[in-house]
Design a binder for this molecule. Structure first.
Ligand code: G3P
Length: 211
């Protein structure tokens, strides 16, 4: 399962790059860094990681989305153009995919949207697990359904679990068999931690120091 970082923080990306298969960004994430040109930051991120770097279009209409998608893709070969699950988004996905540009269909909240993403040739589909949970629905159940839909239809689109809020989301998404998951830095850090590892190390150190 690919692990991606949902961040545009250069220092954190560099620190964890050895564990990362890529990075995902969105307009909210990039808006935290108004001091840098987003294209410059994205280029730098692409230099820090080997895998795909998702960069989202801001426009909502086909012509502009297409132009923006092509411009984003020209930043680096690593760029995966992120498009929303809307009519214009799917249309743009179809076109960019035919041009050989990697795509990530984002803001996915339903199985029909996931079906359209696969038929549009998307490289990734990003179901938002946490935001579905937030409105009282079952985000993990949607992940499970999409993985099964793609399996029985032998679609090549990769399932990228997004909007991940806690460790159980990570564990369950992995057991469901998603292809990839994107994590905020604080959750990636938690993956390394277990209280018994910490106390076990302390005991080993203490015993070793004993005379
Ligand atoms: O990158 C998209 C997604 O992971 C956003 O998550 O926490 O804003 O719902 P969140």
């Amino acid at each position: 399962m690919e692990i991606l970082l949902d961040s545009a923080d250069l220092q954190e990306i560099e620190t964890y790059s050895v564990f990362l298969s890529g990075v995902t960004t969105n307009p909210s994430i990039l808006s935290k860094y108004r001091d840098t040109d987003p294209s410059v930051r994205l280029k730098r991120i692409c230099e820090l990681v080997n895998g795909s770097v998702s960069a989202e279009v801001i426009s909502n209409e086909y012509d502009q989305m297409l132009e923006e998608g092509r411009r984003l893709a020209s930043i680096s070969d690593n760029i995966c153009v992120k498009l929303p699950c809307t009519f214009d988004g799917f249309k743009t996905c179809e076109k960019l995919s035919n041009e050989g540009i990697a795509t990530n269909m984002t803001l996915c909240f339903s199985l029909p949207q996931a079906l359209l993403a696969a038929n549009s040739g998307a490289t990734y589909i990003s179901p938002f697990v946490g935001r579905l949970d937030d409105i009282g629905q079952d985000g993990l159940a949607l992940l499970d359904d999409i993985v099964e839909l793609y399996r029985v239809n032998q679609y090549e689109t990769r399932v990228l679990a997004a909007s991940i809020r806690h460790m159980q989301h990570i564990v369950q998404a992995a057991l469901i068999g998603v292809d990839a998951i994107t994590l905020p830095p604080q959750l990636l850090k938690q993956m390394f931690l277990h209280p018994l590892t910490t106390t076990g190390l302390e005991i080993f150190q203490r015993d070793w120091q004993k005379k």
